[in-house]
Design a protein around this ligand. Structure first.
Ligand SMILES: [Zn+2]
Length: 292
């Protein structure tokens, strides 16, 4: 009974799904516009849904099945296309520094931007420490808007496709350090927890106790990033950093990535149930200050 009471205190009753599935917060979801949505096979061969409408339907169904109660969503190529879902916290996708501070503040004041990110600076040849990001980070600090920055690599060959300025080295979490030094009050999380640079992610988190990380695509997209995820989590557990690691799916155009990433995180036997609850829900609820 004591244990039940404790659980009830931690999670409001409404957060439970009907079958008792515990709540999850997805810190890394993507949406698309009709112009940017694309159909392609995932790394496991699964095709993405044929249309944006079907994509939305499948994402919402999986969110319901797994009791995903909140999701930070950044839409590639524009404003979020599914604004009527109360679960979705609007992010702001960009590869480079925005160019209009007045418009940026307007988005914050209207509630259309609640998280600045995903910032895929690495794809545009930038790091978050580039001076052109500075005014926007100032605004985020002033308005207490969390910042979400991509760390780690990207899909193979991307330098020869969309993104000639992409460089792996820009994905190193240590490139975020100047921002942490200048903005001690800024709420910030490094997406994909550094991926190949996971050791630098852990080192940076030890150095800066306000820094959080999400797991994102490293939980499901392929053998190599999944190796990094496991090593990162084992070391995070040893170093006492589990309290600042958050679940994120980074499903892109593949809704089944949400399911795969949840199952992968659930499968780690070196994490306790309490660790998993922290990663799936509690850390993100604290970071996002959901109780406010
Ligand atoms: Zn992403």
């Amino acid at each position: 009974m004591k244990k039940l009471l404790f659980i009830l205190l931690l999670y409001p009753l409404s957060a439970y799904s009907q079958d008792g599935q515990k709540p999850i917060i997805d810190m890394h979801l993507h949406d698309y516009t009709e112009q940017t949505y694309f159909v392609a096979p995932a790394s496991d061969g699964t095709m993405s849904p044929a249309s944006l409408a079907e994509f939305h339907e499948q994402v919402l169904a999986i969110q319901k099945k797994y009791n995903i109660v909140k999701a930070v969503v950044s839409t590639i190529g524009g404003p979020n296309t599914l604004q009527d879902d109360k679960k979705w916290i609007p992010g702001y996708y960009t590869n480079k520094p925005p160019t209009d501070t007045v418009a940026f503040i307007k988005l914050i004041e209207s509630g259309e931007l609640k998280v600045f990110g995903e910032i895929g600076a690495v794809y545009g040849g930038y790091t978050l420490s580039h001076p052109d990001f500075e005014p926007y980070l100032d605004i985020c600090e002033r308005y207490d808007i969390p910042v979400a920055v991509h760390t780690g690599g990207g899909p193979p060959n991307i330098t020869y496709q969309c993104c000639p300025d992409f460089r792996l080295k820009y994905g190193d979490p240590l490139t975020v350090e100047d921002v942490l030094a200048k903005h001690p009050k800024l709420r910030i999380y490094i997406m994909h927890a550094g991926e190949v640079f996971y050791e630098n992610a852990l080192r940076l988190m030890l150095q800066y106790p306000q820094l959080y990380a999400d797991l994102g695509v490293i939980l499901w997209v392929g053998k190599q990033p999944m190796d990094y995820a496991e090593r990162l989590l084992r070391q995070a557990k040893e170093y006492g950093l589990i309290d600042r690691i958050m679940y994120g799916s980074d499903q892109m155009v593949w809704p089944h990535g949400i399911e795969k990433s949840i199952q992968q995180l659930d499968s780690y036997d070196f994490l306790s149930e309490a660790d998993k609850r922290k990663i799936f829900y509690e850390n993100a609820a604290r970071f996002l200050r959901l109780d406010e």
